[in-house]
Design a protein around this ligand. Structure first.
Ligand SMILES: NC(=O)c1ccc[n+]([C@@H]2O[C@H](COP(=O)([O-])OP(=O)(O)OC[C@H]3O[C@@H](n4cnc5c(N)ncnc54)[C@H](OP(=O)(O)O)[C@@H]3O)[C@@H](O)[C@H]2O)c1
Length: 221
């Protein structure tokens, strides 16, 4: 844990659209952030661009320094990235934001036979890691605009305490985090991303998102 008492957040794929947007939001709120990359030099350059004390490392280094690890890489490199940081992740929370899109038909729901990317992550990482799944429906462009992204963030985990920690992190970068139940339910949010991509294309908007109605602030976890 960092001296600030806020957890150190390590974002794998933090040089990319989603990861750098999350890094921007959390670092602006005073969270210590380390972004990871396949190339340490690339991560250092992106970190310098982001400022606010953000540091750059290779993915394994970012995972090592982090209290909470965020996985923000394309699904095609999801499993390989997890294998790379598996040892560093033991005992920690891993937040999986990867959506199992199958190019070129990314506006068509095509979930993996294991159910969801998040369930694959939990299988690969083992019981020593608390996997939380979140941020699938947050358009990165909204995070880069500054301020909070105008949408709810659905958060899934089999571990309530880990889910609550990530709901609090979602509150920092978006309208609010909303608990969505167990990791198996992550399939719904992962599938919703393709629906949102379809809506963006059909209605020519940059960032359709989700909002849960009928829920007051007191009872969302
Ligand atoms: N963009 C969004 O609006 C958004 C929203 C919700 C969820 N997501 C999900 O979040 C994840 C990241 O999305 P993104 O849009 O940020 O992706 P991205 O910009 O294309 O890639 C993120 C980073 O992943 C790393 N990477 C590792 N393996 C790669 C490979 N084989 N090809 C390309 N890059 C690779 C790259 O970092 P290095 O080269 O530095 O290693 C890259 O900067 C995806 O699973 C996506 O479905 C994205």
């Amino acid at each position: 844990m960092a001296e600030s008492s806020k957890p150190v957040i390590g974002i794998l794929g933090g040089t990319g659209d989603l990861g750098s947007g999350l890094a921007k939001g959390w670092s602006a709120a005073g969270y210590p952030v380390v972004i990871g990359s396949r190339s340490r030099e690339k991560a250092e350059a992106k970190a310098a661009e982001l400022g606010r004390g953000v540091r750059g490392e290779d993915n394994a280094g970012a995972a090592r320094r982090a209290d909470i690890i965020v996985l923000a890489v394309p699904f095609g490199s999801h499993n390989a990235t997890i294998e790379e940081i598996k040892a560093e992740a033991q005992g920690k929370i891993v937040v999986d934001a990867a959506v199992p899109l199958v190019p070129p038909k990314v506006s068509l729901v095509q979930l993996p036979e294991q159910g969801s990317a998040a369930q694959i992550a939990q299988q690969l990482l083992g019981e020593g890691v608390r996997v939380v799944s979140a941020f699938h429906n947050v358009g990165a462009s909204k995070l880069h605009q500054g301020g909070k992204a105008d949408c709810d963030v659905l958060v899934f985990s089999d571990d309530k305490e880990a889910r609550d920690q990530v709901i609090a992190l979602a509150d920092v970068v978006a309208t609010r985090g909303v608990g969505g139940g167990s990791l198996a339910n992550s399939a719904a949010a992962e599938a919703m991303t393709s629906v949102l991509i379809w809506i963006n294309r059909q209605y020519k908007v940059p960032g359709a998102g989700v909002r849960i109605t009928g829920l007051d602030a007191a009872a969302r976890a």
